[in-house]
Design a protein around this ligand. Structure first.
Ligand SMILES: *Cc1c(COP(=O)(O)O)cnc(C)c1O
Length: 372
């Protein structure tokens, strides 16, 4: 079955009791059991699992070609649950360009849990090999990465990591399984912020891990989620399930718009640099073309003349909104360095654009007037 069909039908069986096509939203926090705790349909208490979440997890495993999935309250909760499930004393190798939350987690919290972390340019395989330590247990990928859209070769890095006895986890938030399926390329675990393209309408938060095997790691993370409680609410699971149905259709439109905008910006005399893996000039273009179905709808660019010029462009946009986050129907722009907190790492003139599903000519007209 093709991805578009799977997205519409995964976890979408009509309700057995009523025939309802929209999945029932089970808000129950507790489920009747027998006098000795015998479960009726596998459920006991909402923090462990609930039927709406099970539907979502079934769909996620299917869309990422995985064996099991776990939904969380947020992308960060998912990421943290996986990293905290590594044995104490482990080293985690991170990409030098990555989501700010991961960098903060590694700087502030992982050391408290007895985990070491270091970062490397995942585009440089020799550097990756050299950065592996005897205790490296996890190589974390984010491809394309935030905010520079760097591309990592998932298959090649999985080979390196596996020979070393480390697992590969891949943050697939920017690409989504509509464009890239890391498990099929060799990764062991996929992580998502479902707050972005899965929800797709900037109105729901959630995170997920999808596992290539249902093994001890999946069991350990399931147990951790149950006990530490970073679970998704049933209503959020329901909203994200609804978002999944239109994911491939939205992604096709997002990508087509982004391709046009990247070309427009790359040709614009007031733009010094455009970071978009769909451009032939992008250093990761060949790898992205091999491992992705399309290049996504996130891009960043650097207008000529520095930070103030970049802020002026962001300030002049009328249709494209200045806001953080991404993956909704509306286009959003963000001056990265301004929102990276006390330790900004992005170039001071970098603007990140989440290309929405408006008409591309309206978006280009807005960018044109802002750059002029
Ligand atoms: C948003 C995001 C996260 C964090 O997800 P939340 O749902 O905000 O916790 C992680 N990785 C990437 C690439 C993201 O864009």
């Amino acid at each position: 079955m093709r991805f578009e069909t799977q997205a519409v039908h995964a976890g979408a069986e009509p309700d057995a009791e009523t025939g309802a096509l929209s999945p029932p939203l089970h808000l129950a926090t507790t489920f009747r059991h027998g006098p000795a705790g015998e479960r009726q349909a596998g459920y006991e208490y909402v923090r462990e699992s609930n039927p709406t979440q099970t539907r979502l997890e079934t769909a996620l495993a299917s869309l990422e070609q995985g064996r099991a999935a776990l939904a969380f309250a947020s992308g960060m909760a998912a990421m943290n649950a996986l990293l905290e499930s590594l044995p104490a004393g482990s080293h985690v190798l991170l990409p030098s360009d990555c989501y700010t939350g991961l960098r903060e987690l590694a700087r502030e919290f992982l050391p408290q849990r007895g985990l070491e972390a270091s970062a490397v340019d995942m585009g440089d395989l020799k550097a990756v090999a050299a950065a592996l330590r005897p205790n490296t247990r996890c190589v974390w990928l984010e491809t394309p990465s935030n905010p520079l859209l760097q591309v990592a070769d998932i298959g090649a890095i999985a080979d390196l990591a596996h020979r070393h006895g480390a697992i590969v986890a891949c943050d697939n938030t920017f690409a989504t399984p509509a464009l890239q399926q890391p498990l099929a390329l060799g990764a062991d675990v996929v992580m998502h912020s479902m707050t972005k393209y899965f929800g797709g309408h900037s109105d729901v938060m959630g995170g997920a891990l999808v596992f290539g095997r249902s093994d001890e790691l999946h069991e350990a993370v399931f147990h951790r989620r149950h006990i530490t409680g970073a679970v998704l609410s049933p209503f959020n699971a329901w909203l994200i399930l609804r978002g999944l149905r239109s994911l491939p259709a939205r992604m096709a439109w997002h990508c087509a718009n982004a391709r046009r905008i990247a070309a427009f910006l790359a040709a614009h005399p007031r733009v010094a640099a455009v970071h978009y893996p769909g451009l032939a000039s992008h250093p990761g273009h060949a790898i992205a073309a091999r491992q992705m179905r399309d290049f996504g709808a996130m891009l960043s660019f650097q207008p000529h003349a520095g930070r103030d010029a970049a802020l002026a462009v962001a300030g002049k946009l009328k249709l494209v909104t200045n806001a953080t986050s991404l993956g909704g129907c509306e286009s959003l722009i963000e001056h990265r360095a301004s929102i990276e907190g006390p330790h900004p790492v992005s170039p001071p003139d970098l603007l990140r654009l989440s290309v929405g599903v408006e008409h591309v000519d309206d978006l280009i007209a807005d960018l044109e007037q802002a750059l002029s």
